[in-house]
Design a protein around this ligand. Structure first.
Ligand code: ADP
Ligand code: F6P
Length: 324
């Protein structure tokens, strides 16, 4: 079974994340070293269904390790969520000789990978999302760059917030997960952190906290709000009316997904990409690469998707203690 793969395909899918290019580079170069052919599939599963498939050589991935985004492009593809779309995708892979595939993306992309594996394409997932919301792994490619980008932006908002003695609500990405909000909240010393996993929608408690901090002489009040809670602009208006403290909302948005990847993202992406190729060459399929307890490991995709992950109560409580 081992070393049966002849051609490895690689695609990026779902939201892009800084470091995806480093992962693509690692897949291409390690596959070439193992004398496999490599094909890049453009725009995720959408490009697969449209047969946007290109040959890749060592040169195709030159000068990309430091770039944000993904040179392969990415997409969200509804057609691929249907059994017909998946069958067509598997047939297209077979037509192009792709017998091994590396899918770089999040949980949704892994569900697609799982379907392809069941249709006879050896498939390995590599975790790429700024949200850090993949349960089987303690690290996802893009998270480190995104939190550092958000942290720098929040420091800047804090400067002006202090000068004007304002309350600032800063909305960070994370539709379902509060990891970016929690990390920025701790790193930026925010007075309040609102996480989709924990927020009780008790705005009066927030208002009381702002009034209390003001009484104690705090010159600003920084609230980090996760995208999953949203409504930062209307929240700012209500807080200003209730506290009398000038309040502004800043939504950081997609700037958090761009930019040159940090050292950490480049290194994790490089190792995870190479690890995925090793798995394929060992004859493995339907697995996802993960980082757990200080080591790179892999899980069956079905098992990985069934795992649950939650914000650490200890970290959340520390973040609250330190903001008093
Ligand atoms: P992420 O991979 O970051 O979680 P999405 O959830 O948007 O992002 O998923 C990316 C793509 O993966 C989707 O647009 C779709 O093409 C594919 N996908 C998602 N869920 C499934 C599924 N249940 N079966 C097959 N493909 C899926
Ligand atoms: O990639 C993850 C993420 O950035 C989430 O934090 C966010 O909710 C979502 O993607 C935004 O997606 P879109 O690019 O479709 O606006």
């Amino acid at each position: 079974m081992a070393n049966q793969i002849s051609t490895i395909g690689v695609l990026t899918s779902g939201g892009d994340a800084p470091g995806m290019n480093a992962a693509i580079r690692a897949v291409v170069r390690s596959a070439l070293i193992k004398e496999k052919k490599v094909k890049g599939i453009m725009r995720g599963y959408q490009g697969m269904l449209e047969e946007e498939i290109v040959d890749m050589d060592a040169h195709s991935v030159s000068d990309i390790i430091q770039r944000g985004g993904t040179i392969l492009g990415t997409a969200r593809c509804t057609d691929f969520t249907t059994p017909e779309g998946q069958k067509r995708g598997a047939d297209i892979c077979k037509k192009h000789g792709i017998d091994g595939l590396v899918v770089i993306g999040g949980d949704g992309s892994f569900r697609g990978a799982q379907k392809l594996a069941h249709l006879g394409i050896n498939t390995i997932g590599v975790p790429g999302t700024i949200d850090l919301d993949i349960a089987c792994t303690e690290y996802t490619i893009g998270f480190d760059t995104a939190v550092n980008t958000a942290m720098d932006a929040i420091d800047k908002v804090r400067d002006t917030s202090t000068s004007h003695e304002r309350c600032s609500i800063i909305e960070v990405m994370g539709r379902h997960a509060g990891y970016i909000a929690l990390w920025c909240g701790i790193a930026n010393g925010a007075e309040d952190i609102l996480l989709p996993e924990r927020y009780d929608h008790d705005e009066q408690r927030l208002i009381n906290h702002i009034i209390d901090s003001r009484r104690k002489g705090k010159k600003h009040h920084i609230i980090i709000n996760a995208e999953g809670i949203g409504h930062s602009t209307s929240m700012a208006k209500r807080i200003e009316a209730a506290t009398g403290m000038e309040t502004r909302a800043t939504i950081l948005g997609h700037m958090q997904r761009g930019g040159s990847p940090t050292c950490k993202d480049r290194v994790y992406a490089s190792i995870m990409g190479a690890y995925a190729v090793d798995l394929l060459c060992e004859g493995k399929s339907n697995r996802v690469v993960a980082y757990k307890d200080g080591e790179y490991v892999d899980f069956e995709i079905d098992e990985a998707l069934a795992m649950k992950k939650d914000i650490s109560d200890y970290q959340y409580n520390v973040s609250k203690l330190l903001s008093r």
